[in-house]
Design a protein around this ligand. Structure first.
Ligand code: ADP
Ligand code: G6P
Length: 736
């Protein structure tokens, strides 16, 4: 079994050089703190950036740096100052981060930084390629490295690749504003599995894939030419044990073992035992809503002045991305706000806000979590927010109240918290009031539920679920691949064809012999197709049927003069050897009058859709509609029609971007069976791409060769990827 390679911009530690010696400090942020727990347990290598630029690393220290990283199971990708500027401070944090967090006005679209992002992603991909082989599993993380999956896939087509996005994936309306949106999606689709924290991010991604790349999405699988990519949500957990154990140990500490911070907190608790500590911890990031929180705190104190001297807000803001102008502005804004509010409201014995702007060691985080009565986290947008989970895990006596923004991914799993909209000051101050006055019993009740969930779905479970899903996806793909018509399978089919005495071929037209067009009439046969069909028809002892849902007039126009055998309208009409079409089935069409107005009302309300009228059926096409909207309307129309028809005689058939309403006793399977009953055939072949072809695959005898175009679920034995491969296969029957 191969090893697992984790790859992210941040490594679990950041290196710093001072006075010629190297120190490794733990990285902050959800990705590094979460993955660290997964990494430390197993046989894995973590590839990332050391936090130092090439210019900052003296040559003589380079070997020591590698050694220091190796101690953490890590290896580095070298980045120059220019690369860090364009890739990290530039495209990652001035374009993608704001855009994906809905701060459209902060997003900068600079071609130079996009180019650097591409080059640096290639560097990361090269580092993966240098350390991996086909047996390994590659797990790529976050928005800094969205092109890496495709870059690795290009060089190692069969390697297992998972990608996890730790930030939100925005709605299509936001994502579409990115000038390089297609490249980013294609980069991600190099993976076998793409994971998000929540279902909302997942569906936003799928919607963008459908609309921008026009790819087929079936539930949560994307058909990417010769692979299936699975998309799923895996809400990231925390290392629950680490936090709860640390909190328990902390509770048992003797006074002499306590940190300075803890002593200070105790002193204040003792002097004002009724006063509540309200805690907020975040990286200093505009997405975290820190400035809004300060304003809301002031609003609360003005609304409920009786809580002056009774509450204290502890704000821990961790320095982050300080080269990016928006972060510098935010730092100034927060400094000023804290100064002003403290200046206006402080009394001789009370400072309303304690503000720390630094990164604290783990022990101090535990001091803060365990000493605070309320955790108050109000991000404006946050992929997950692990701090909320960490706070709950440290509440060993189950007291404490969590107030959490509903815009954080973690709010989906933390319903027992007091959930707030970070823009609604009225609601926030009511929640603060409620939190301060919440009976202990209620606190315990809420936290028990939360703790149970967090303990069960911890970070290890999260990582295992992701890896299991990746493995299953690969196994599924392997089964799929075994059904693909390969060169050798193709040769054996051709041999069988050559040896057979009586052969019959059923060929679907749209999506099989010809690709789809926005207007069905434009999908007329090209010269190459006529030539292929002519040659197939010339083969001795071979009967070829074009079998289609198309209307008879179109096929008459395209093929009658060629004298091809044809079955159209799913089996209503037949024509052989250039004879005019005759009825193969006796069917009614009096129901069409009733159904047509229903379809018309759907056309009116679904831009881009249209009705195709055939002699014995009606088809509602929605290929040219917005893909999400079209699918929705198709489901709605199916429900309406099914209840309206209410009889077994007529059925609604779902084709490729088309719903067809027709007589139930007509289908391609029945028609094909009638044809094969006419002679003793020892080579029966059927090929098609959609649900209407499944009737043939189901009904034809077991020893028939049935082939699906595309990788969707099917009754067919084999599949080929696209129409070009169909033609290449048929060509083989002719040339051999
Ligand atoms: P983000 O990933 O956006 O930074 P999260 O809340 O998901 O936000 O993750 C923050 C992580 O960083 C948490 O695991 C938290 O414990 C850690 N962290 C936050 N503040 C500090 C700090 N001052 N010192 C060390 N680690 C911190
Ligand atoms: C978020 C991102 C991570 C990032 C972290 C800290 O959690 O999802 O990818 O590492 O913030 O940000 P930084 O820019 O310091 O790496």
């Amino acid at each position: 079994m191969g090893k697992t390679i984790i790859i992210s911009n941040r490594l679990p530690v950041q290196l710093q050089i001072s006075n010629g010696s190297i120190t490794a400090v733990p990285s902050v942020g959800g990705l590094a703190t979460g993955m660290k727990s997964v990494h430390s347990g197993g046989d894995s290598l973590w590839i990332g950036w050391s936090g130092l630029t090439d210019e900052e690393i003296p040559k003589e220290l380079a070997p020591q740096i590698d050694k220091a990283l190796a101690e953490h199971g890590s290896s580095k990708v070298n980045l120059s100052q220019e690369e860090v500027d364009g890739f990290y401070f530039g495209f990652s944090n001035r374009t993608i981060w704001p855009l994906f967090h809905y701060f459209l006005e902060y997003s900068e679209f600079e071609l130079d930084s996009w180019n650097t992002y591409k080059n640096v992603n290639q560097k990361f991909a090269d580092a993966v390629l240098a350390s991996s082989d086909e047996e390994d599993t590659i797990w790529i993380h976050d928005y800094q490295l969205m092109l890496v999956p495709q870059m690795v896939r290009k060089q190692r087509p069969n390697i297992a690749i998972g990608f996890f996005l730790h930030i939100p994936f925005p709605s299509y309306e936001i994502f579409r504003t990115l000038p390089w949106r297609e490249e980013v999606l294609e980069g991600l689709l190099g993976s076998d599995l793409i994971g998000f924290h929540t279902y909302d991010y997942e569906r936003h991604f799928l919607s963008s894939v459908r609309r921008l790349l026009g790819l087929e999405v079936h539930f949560n699988e994307i058909d990417v030419s010769n692979r299936l990519v699975k998309v799923d949500s895996f809400p990231m957990g925390i290392d629950y044990k680490k936090f709860s154990t640390a909190a328990k140990n902390h509770g048992n500490n003797k006074a002499s073992e306590q940190s300075d911070l803890q002593r200070r907190l105790n002193k204040h608790k003792e002097s004002t035992p009724d006063a509540k500590f309200i805690l907020s911890i975040d990286r200093l990031d505009y997405t975290k809503g820190i400035a809004k929180r300060l304003n809301a705190f002031e609003y609360f104190l003005k609304k409920y002045p009786e809580y002056k001297e009774k509450v204290r807000l502890i704000i821990l803001a961790v320095p982050s991305r300080s080269n990016v102008p928006q972060y510098q502005l935010l730092k100034r804004e927060v400094d000023e706000l804290v100064g002003r509010i403290n200046g206006e409201l402080a009394t001789v014995s009370w400072t309303p806000i304690w503000y720390f702007y630094r990164s604290l060691p783990f022990e101090n985080l535990i001091d803060l979590y365990t000493s605070s009565d309320i955790a108050w986290l109000t991000p404006i947008r946050d992929g997950m927010n692990l701090v909320a989970k960490e706070y709950i895990a440290t509440r060993t006596d189950k007291t404490g109240v969590l107030i959490l923004s509903e815009m954080a991914g973690s709010a989906n799993e933390m319903n027992e918290a007091l959930l707030i909209n970070p823009n609604n000051f009225e609601q926030i101050s009511e929640s603060l009031y409620r939190a301060i006055n919440m009976p202990v019993e209620e606190q315990k009740e809420r936290n028990s539920q939360l703790q149970k969930r967090l303990e069960r779905y911890n970070v290890e479970k999260w990582a295992n679920d992701f890896m299991t899903s990746l493995r299953e996806q690969r196994e599924l793909d392997a089964i799929n691949i075994s059904r693909r018509i390969t060169e050798s399978l193709q040769n054996s089919l051709v041999e069988k064809f050559g040896k057979a005495d009586e052969k019959i071929l059923f060929l679907d037209y749209d999506g099989t012999l010809a690709g789809f067009q926005s207007d069905p009439q434009k999908a007329s046969p090209d010269k190459e197709l006529y030539k292929l069909l002519d040659e197939l028809n010339k083969q001795p002892d071979t009967t070829v049927f074009l079998i289609s849902g198309r209307d008879k007039d179109t096929f008459e126009r395209w093929f009658l003069k060629k004298k091809y055998n044809m079955i159209v309208e799913h089996g209503v009409w037949i024509s052989r050897d250039g004879e005019p079409f005759s009825l193969l089935e006796q069917v009614k069409n009096d129901w069409m009058e009733k159904i047509r107005p229903v379809l018309e009302s759907f056309v009116d309300r679904t831009p881009g859709s249209f009705i195709e009228e055939k002699n014995y059926s009606l088809a509602w096409h929605y290929r040219n509609t917005d893909p999400d909207f079209g699918n929705l309307r198709a489901t709605e129309l199916t429900t309406v029609l099914t209840s309206l028809i209410g009889t077994d005689d007529i059925s609604v058939l779902s084709g490729n971007k088309v719903l067809e309403i027709k007589s139930s006793n007509v289908n391609k399977g029945r028609a094909a069976m009638r044809m094969i009953s006419e002679k003793e055939y020892d080579f029966i072949f059927a090929i098609g791409d959609d649900w209407t072809d499944e009737f043939m695959f189901q009904e034809l005898p077991n020893d028939s060769i049935t082939v699906k175009v595309g990788r969707q679920k099917t009754q067919a034995q084999y599949f080929v990827e696209n129409t070009a491969r169909v033609r290449a296969l048929l060509q083989k029957f002719v040339t051999n």
